[in-house]
Design a protein around this ligand. Structure first.
Ligand code: SF4
Ligand code: SF4
Length: 258
């Protein structure tokens, strides 16, 4: 388990497995997992899980080494698959402004101008989306890989899961700007089941109609910058969200300038 720029939340999805983690440790030998106390970063492995985005020159080098040492490389979570929150600095090339505003001594900070998802730099065998990933997804992926079966890549929309769970639609009944129609499931429609609108933390579903949903949000009364924030929050580097988010972000900026 390799950590790059991230909050460690997806590693906790492993640790939260509880009893399943004990069963898993009978099937595999865990060599490198700093949160759990194992440190063997350069070991040759069958499966490497990678959490976090590539945000520093050092990380760009380290991911190449991880790729060389691993038979399967699985990126886990929003940071690894689509940049995460830190990729917001990619918008309009704001790297230097943000670095200088945040750090007291910016001259000591070595970061890339743009945050990059793992698959933009090395080949990735499987991506597990989510912020954080769910423990069930992780177990299913490990089980498939151990038995030599191609893991299922669930790209259904959250809306479909809502129907399966018989959750009441918060967009239809309450006019909330729900991202469920364009977001892949994996969470079991967690937010709508508790009366909240989905904010897209599992990234784009297959053939996500982001522009259509953005127009629906405008119909609900959201201003362009609010629509942009729905698409650019956590998975901003996923193309299906980025293109729509950028258009509304720029039209919001132009409206402010006027
Ligand atoms: S609540 Fe959201 S995810 Fe559920 S059906 Fe309505 S729009 Fe789709
Ligand atoms: S409903 Fe949406 S925001 Fe909530 S956990 Fe699922 S994908 Fe994430």
């Amino acid at each position: 388990m390799h950590k790059f720029s991230s909050c460690d939340g997806c590693q906790l999805a492993f640790l939260n497995l509880g009893e399943s983690l004990l069963q898993l440790s009978e099937q595999v030998e865990i060599l490198h997992f700093l949160e759990a106390g194992m440190s063997e970063a350069d070991a040759q492995v069958d499966i490497a899980f990678v959490e976090g985005s590539l945000s520093t020159p050092d990380e760009l080098e380290r991911i190449q080494q991880v790729r060389k040492n691993s038979r399967f490389l699985v990126s886990i979570g929003a940071c690894a698959t689509s940049g995460g929150l830190q990729a917001l600095r990619n918008l309009d090339g704001q790297h230097d402004e943000w670095r200088d505003a945040i750090y007291a001594r910016p001259e000591f900070i070595e970061t890339l101008q743009e945050v990059r998802p793992i698959a933009s730099v090395v080949d990735v065998d499987l991506e597990l989306w989510g912020c954080p990933v769910s423990s069930a997804q992780v177990v299913a992926a490990v089980r498939s890989l151990l038995f030599g079966v191609a893991p299922v890549d669930d790209r259904d929309r959250v809306c479909l899961e809502c129907k399966r769970q018989q959750a009441v639609c918060v967009m239809v009944t309450e006019g909330k700007p729900c991202m469920g129609p364009v977001t892949r499931t994996g969470c079991g429609a967690l937010c709508p089941r508790f009366g909240r609108d989905c904010y897209g933390c599992y990234g784009p579903a297959e053939t996500a109609q982001s522009d259509t949903l953005a127009r629906r949000f405008a119909g609900l009364g959201l201003m362009p910058d609010a629509i942009a924030r729905r698409f650019l929050l956590i998975n901003s580097q996923a193309p299906a969200f980025l293109q729509t988010g950028r258009v509304f972000w720029h039209s919001g900026q132009e409206a402010e300038d006027d």
